[in-house]
Design a protein around this ligand. Structure first.
Ligand SMILES: Cc1cc2nc3c(=O)[nH]c(=O)nc-3n(C[C@H](O)[C@H](O)[C@H](O)COP(=O)(O)O)c2cc1C
Length: 324
């Protein structure tokens, strides 16, 4: 089965299903001698886990990381790093009633079509629990690029909107912005491996992400060239630009300005409101999804967006070291 591995030199493979015994990641290509502890990895995972405030799902996922390989006496050894988190708060019976029903907006129908069967418990492989592996890997990626700083935040909606839709048994979408600082000029490659193309793939691979834009993005389609161009200048002997509509990337290569991109997430598809659907025999049914779902997945996607950005940048940093 393909599609579970991401990256070129720094490669991650995530594994596991939402309600299986455990979920995790294998990270290959990490240089030896990088200092990393279980605590560093746990810190990232704690940012991702649900149940931290009333705006997220009530699932209590402890998400305690276990290091299985590749790290010895708190240093990477250069061999594959394997990280695992045991699944503890899975309530598979929440899913037994809708076992044969296709949830509108979820991946049930397409998994059945592709594989002929599926693990229906908790969304199986399509569950956002898969992203635990990405966030755990980010803790390691960060150590490869210690000078590069990530700042990621939810732009919309506000708390009140989320509370209102939750009361109505409904959900809402959201927008996240990520700014990456101290990126040296020269990361990324022309044509198919453009840095913005890699970021786009990384972001759209996050469950529920439906839009990506870099710099002035979609707004650039209604701008003039003179409005959108970032004029070059020199500051403290360094070539820079006066504005940053390019979002730090030109021709697929970082230009030394902050990398700025935004990601749009759809509203959670699993909602308590009654909806029309069909079962796996095509018979018309109604569905009300009673499980513990996030009313706005964008709230919890913030550290996942940051993790994927970090994995792309660390990979590109290692690639650039082979060039120059
Ligand atoms: C942090 C996070 C939490 C999510 N939680 C839920 C959830 O509780 N219920 C749900 O139906 N979808 C949830 N999703 C979204 C689904 O995993 C996603 O919609 C599904 O896999 C179908 O993929 P697609 O939306 O990318 O097409 C979540 C996504 C993220 C990033």
């Amino acid at each position: 089965m393909t599609g579970n591995t991401f990256g070129n030199l720094l490669k991650i493979t995530t594994w596991g299903e939402s309600h299986g015994p455990a979920i995790g990641v294998i990270i290959d290509g990490c240089p030896a001698g990088i200092k990393i502890s279980e605590k560093d990895i746990q810190k990232e995972l704690d940012r991702r886990k649900p149940g931290q405030n009333k705006l997220t799902t009530a699932r209590k996922e402890e998400d305690k990381v276990e290091i299985l390989s590749g790290i010895f006496e708190s240093k990477t050894t250069g061999t594959p790093i394997s990280l695992m988190v045991r699944n503890k708060d899975s309530k598979s019976k929440d899913y037994s009633k809708i076992k044969n029903l296709y949830r509108p907006g979820h991946a049930d129908f397409v998994y059945d079509k592709k594989y002929g069967l599926r693990d229906h418990r908790g969304g199986g492989r399509a569950s956002a629990r898969e992203t635990i592996g990405r966030v755990a890997a980010f803790a390691i990626a960060k150590k490869i690029i210690p000078k590069i700083k990530f700042s990621t935040k939810l732009i919309s909606p506000t708390e009140k909107e989320i509370e209102d839709v939750k009361k109505q048994g409904n959900s809402i979408g959201g927008l996240i912005e990520c700014v990456i600082k101290n990126v040296p000029a020269g990361l990324g490659s022309p044509v198919f491996d453009k840095l913005d193309a890699k970021l786009a793939q990384a972001m759209i691979s996050i469950p529920g992400v439906k839009g990506f834009e870099v710099g002035s993005g979609f707004v650039s389609s209604v701008m003039t060239g003179s409005e959108n161009n970032d004029e070059f200048t020199t500051k403290n002997g360094k070539i820079t630009t006066t504005t940053n509509n390019a979002g730090g990337i030109l021709g697929g290569i970082s230009n030394g300005m902050d990398i700025v991109f935004r990601v749009a997430l759809k509203p959670t598809s699993s909602i308590a409101k009654k909806q029309m659907t069909v079962d796996n025999k095509g018979k018309k049914k109604t569905i009300e999804i009673k499980g513990r779902h996030d009313p706005c997945i964008a709230v919890r996607a913030v550290p996942i967006v940051e993790a994927m950005a970090g994995l792309v940048i660390a990979d590109e940093y290692l690639i650039q070291k082979t060039v120059k």
